[in-house]
Design a protein around this ligand. Structure first.
Ligand SMILES: Nc1ncnc2c1ncn2[C@@H]1O[C@H](COP(=O)(O)OP(=O)(O)OP(=O)(O)O)[C@@H](O)[C@H]1O
Ligand SMILES: O=C(O)c1ccc[n+]([C@@H]2O[C@H](COP(=O)([O-])O)[C@@H](O)[C@H]2O)c1
Length: 199
């Protein structure tokens, strides 16, 4: 069995996330994508992250029209930090999944040796890396020694999408439009719940 997971804080989920998931389905022989919201994202300032029920609700709204996009509550329901190594162990050892693909942006690839148990992760999972503005994958691959894992890291020939959750949160705070950066349902949710208006 194979599983393709797009993990993220999704604060909020945006069209960049949806577009990279769609490109993965176009380019790889995978039949669905599992969006995995992090309960406690390891490398983010958690006091500033929206409670998980809001992040999950927006994710559900964003993917509801696409039967190939699913989500998992695994990292939300689990205690402690949402380490990807723990998630990998769970799906491989407890759920018997043979191949787990993690879909990440180039910024995450740059950070991956700072993740918990990077060697275990890189040796036992597969990574699909999406281009991201501001990051040169060629330079990233030159800076660290990824060579033992080259057969497990797939660089996706994807287009660059200049959208980030940080930019969206800032735009809401400034009173700027976020239309076309998030789905209409997510935009309405943010407005109705008055999210991201303050620091
Ligand atoms: N526009 C994008 N292009 C490529 N990858 C992206 C893009 N946005 C997010 N990702 C990737 O999706 C994953 C989850 O991202 P995350 O939920 O942290 O969104 P973000 O926009 O990076 O958030 P923030 O701005 O708060 O850091 C990460 O691996 C990240 O690299
Ligand atoms: O396992 C780790 O140490 C680790 C450190 C940083 C990020 N991650 C995972 O990478 C994914 C994207 O993270 P983020 O912070 O960009 O939302 C998300 O699934 C995180 O749980 C994982």
């Amino acid at each position: 069995m194979e599983l393709a997971i797009l993990g993220g804080t999704f604060d909020p989920v945006h069209l960049g996330h949806l577009l990279i998931a769609e490109q993965v389905l176009n380019r790889f022989d995978l039949d669905k994508i599992i969006f995995m919201p992090a309960g406690v994202p390891p490398h983010k300032n958690n006091s500033q992250i929206l409670p998980s029920h809001h992040r999950l609700e927006m994710l559900k709204l964003a993917i509801r029209d696409n039967p190939l996009f699913n989500y998992s509550r695994y990292e939300l329901d689990k205690e402690g930090q949402s380490y990807t190594a723990d998630t990998l162990r769970y799906f491989k050892n407890k759920q018997g999944v043979d191949r787990v693909y993690f879909i990440i942006g180039a910024d995450s690839l740059l950070d991956i040796f700072n993740w918990k148990e990077p060697d275990y992760l890189l040796a036992n999972a597969f990574f699909i890396v999406a281009q991201r503005p501001g990051y040169s994958i060629d330079n990233i691959l030159r800076e660290n020694d990824y060579s033992p894992y080259f057969d497990r890291i797939f660089i996706m020939n994807s287009f660059f999408i200049d959208i980030s959750s940080t930019f969206i949160r800032q735009a809401v705070k400034n009173g700027d439009s976020i239309r076309y950066q998030v789905t209409e349902a997510v935009k309405n949710y943010i407005e109705n719940k008055k999210l991201y208006l303050e620091d």
